[in-house]
Each structure stands twice: as C-alpha cells, then as structure tokens.
Ligand binder design. Structure first.
Ligand code: GLA
Length: 386
C-alpha cells in the first residue's frame, strides 16, 4: 500500500491547503483475454495496488499536476489547446479532463499530486488506474457525481484519442467498478456485470511479472483487432446478423471455419473459445471450484500462445514453470501480452515454496528477476480519507 498520509502531507506542503483524496486500482485479468473489443466476456479483479490522487480546486481553469513516482510535472489550460508528445503520461490526465468536459461535466482548475504503486508496463493497467483516479478527482472536486460506467467509457476514449491505443473497456471498467473480495464478470457489449465472490483464503492469486515488455505490444494489438474484424466480415457472409465475434457460437465457427484464411481462422478460434471458457470460469467461481477455473486458465494460455499469438517466450516460460508445480491450479498470461505478467492460482499451503521455485527457475533460464506479488481482490475507484 502506498502511504496516503505522506501524500496528503506533501500536498499541504506544496500548496498550503487541504486536498481531497481519491484512488483507483490496477487489475489482473483471471480469464477472458482479447475478448473485450469483440463484444465478449472478461473476468478480471482489481488488485491491491493503486494510484492515489490528492486534489484541490483552483479558482482558474488551469490543471497542474505532479507525479511523485515519475518526478515529473505538467500543466495545461482547460480553455486552450496543448501540444503534447505522444507517449507522455500527461496525455492520460489531459485526456480525462478534456473528455469529461466534452461529456458536459464542466471542470474547475485543479492542483493534483499523484502517487502510484501499480507497476508500469506489467500488464496490470497502471494507465487505467491513473485515468480512473484522475477522472474521479477532477469530476468530484468540480461538483459532479459521474457514474462509474461513464467514467470507464471516458477513460477508454482517452486511451483511443490521447494515447493512440485502441483498447477495449475491461481495464477501466474493473478499475472503476470492482468490489473487494470479488472478481467481476463483464459482458463487454451490454456492460452488464456481476460481482462473483472470490475467496483467496485457501488459494492465492499470484502475479508474476516477467519484467520484459516487447516493442510489438501496441502495433500487434491493433493488428489483432483488425484481424478479428476481418473474421467477422467473412463469417457474416454465412451468418447474417453477426456483428462481432461474440455473436458466433463454437458450432457455427466449426461449420464455417474453412472459409477463413489460416491466420484469421486461428484468431477467431481463440476469441470464440475464450468467450466460452470465460463463462465457464465464472460458473466455476460461483461454486468456488478453483480447480476447474485453473484448468480453464491453462487452456486460455495455450490458445493465446498458439492461436492468438500474443504471448512471448518469457511468459511461456513462466507458465511452463508453473505447470511443474503441483500446488498451482492454473496459470496464464494476463493482459495484452508480449511481456507483462502471468496470473497463477496457488494453494496457500505451499505458497512461499512455489514463489521461490518460480523465481529461481525463471532467473536461471533468463537471467532476469521476476517480480512476484500476491494480491487479494480489491475494491474499485473511490474517495478515501487518511
Ligand atoms: C489490454 C487492453 C484491454 C484488453 C486486454 C486484452 O489490457 O487495455 O482492453 O483488450 O489488453 O484482453
């Protein structure tokens, strides 16, 4: 946990007044990968790492922001345009501010101080945590109660327009809406969701960060989206009414799969089978059958590796090492892929031994230190007091 008291004290020292305090978590996705932008299902949970924002209104329309972790500051005027380089973290802050205003939530200027312990580049949605905490802070200090789903949609739009990443809705949605002690089953088309209890008493959720991030990540992400759309176009000729891969059943896919070029066929197969695995996983979780959830996670990884081709050798290695640990019920890559983290279900009884085994073996084979964290299912974005 970050030290929220220090954050407030630092704000007081810098600005000489009392801030309000907001936070939003990162997430790990248990299953349902690359299904969100296909209108399908996802089953993520919020982790207990967060971005916290101390915020106070200003009398003008200037937003001034400082990040303690990044030791970087920026400011912009809500009434003037800004030229900003792509890739800067400030784009997320500005994106949230501009898009809240576009959605008719008029903002006051603000002084913002940010502190985060969500690791960046780890596939744990540090950017969604930033967007949701900033969005909540800016809207609340301006006197607007923006509902969490709207906030998530604005965050997704900020990624599209201000960061150039055509992401789906999963990360922002779970960061905004998660409930502690629960995973969140989301229908990414209707945005209906269910909080499914996730007890981590006997089985821990363990996140292993490869500590690699391959360059391919964002270009390949957009390519996968296009490949899925291509699949919809072809399958739609045979299956009128199909608007997204979400609409194609496994039986229908099997009937028409030979109409698809090989790569498109495999991309579609991943998405269509992953949707089914996700629904089955939610069912398993409802009856607290973590063995079945684990089984589905192994299958998900194989599908992401072989059919969707978004894994990498480091992720595959972590999953392979996990496969040799009898106390691990399931493991898979999580998030967009090409680096980042795996998510593992590990029996608590042997937790320390398993963590040690994974660390040693990964280090031995790659010469890279993995970062391993154990997380309960946390709550979504909220205002907090210290
Ligand atoms: C990234 C995106 C999400 C989702 C995942 C893959 O995390 O932000 O919208 O598409 O990749 O499941």
């Amino acid at each position: 946990m970050i030290n929220r008291k220090d954050l407030v004290a630092k704000f007081q020292e810098l600005h000489g007044r009392e801030p309000r305090l907001f936070r939003a978590p990162g997430r790990v996705n248990l299953i349902g990968e690359h299904t969100d932008y296909n209108g399908g299902f996802v089953l993520p949970m919020a982790i207990d790492k967060e971005t916290a924002v101390a915020a106070a209104a200003r009398k003008d329309r200037i937003i001034r922001v400082h990040s303690i972790n990044l030791e970087d500051s920026g400011e912009f005027d809500l009434d003037a345009e800004t030229e900003r380089e792509k890739g800067s973290w400030l784009n997320y802050v500005e994106g949230m501010a501009r898009l809240l205003e576009r959605a008719e939530f008029k903002l006051t200027g603000a002084d913002l101080l940010i502190w985060s312990d969500v690791p960046g580049g780890a596939g744990l949605s540090s950017s969604a945590a930033l967007e949701m905490s900033i969005g909540l802070a800016l809207s609340e200090i301006s006197g607007h109660a923006v509902d969490r789903t709207t906030l998530a949609l604005i965050g997704q739009q900020a990624e599209h327009e201000f960061a150039g990443a055509k992401v789906g809705i999963m990360d922002q949605f779970v960061s905004a809406n998660a409930q502690a002690g629960h995973a969140l089953l989301l229908d990414c088309r209707s945005l209906e969701f269910e909080n499914v209890p996730l007890s981590t008493e006997d089985v821990a959720v363990v996140i292993c960060n490869t500590n690699v991030k391959h360059e391919l990540a964002s270009s390949e992400y957009n390519t996968r989206r296009a490949e899925c759309e291509e699949g919809v176009k072809i399958l739609g000729k045979f299956l009128p009414g199909v608007k997204q891969l979400r609409d194609v059943s496994i039986e229908e896919f099997e009937r028409y799969q030979n109409e698809l070029p090989d790569v498109i066929r495999r991309r579609c197969r991943h998405v269509i089978t992953e949707n089914e695995r996700t629904l089955k996983a939610a069912e398993a979780l409802r009856r607290n059958d973590l063995t079945e959830l684990g089984r589905l996670m192994w299958l998900s990884h194989a599908s992401l590796r072989d059919d969707y081709e978004v894994s990498c050798k480091e992720l595959d290695l972590l999953v392979e090492i996990a496969g040799k640990q009898p106390s691990i019920l399931g493991a898979r890559m999580t998030g967009g892929g090409f680096g980042g983290s795996t998510v593992n279900l590990v029996e608590r009884e042997n937790l320390l031994e398993v963590i040690e085994n994974i660390s040693l073996e990964y280090k031995r084979q790659t010469n890279i230190e993995a970062t391993i964290l154990v997380s309960d299912a946390g709550g979504g974005a909220s205002e907090i007091t210290v």
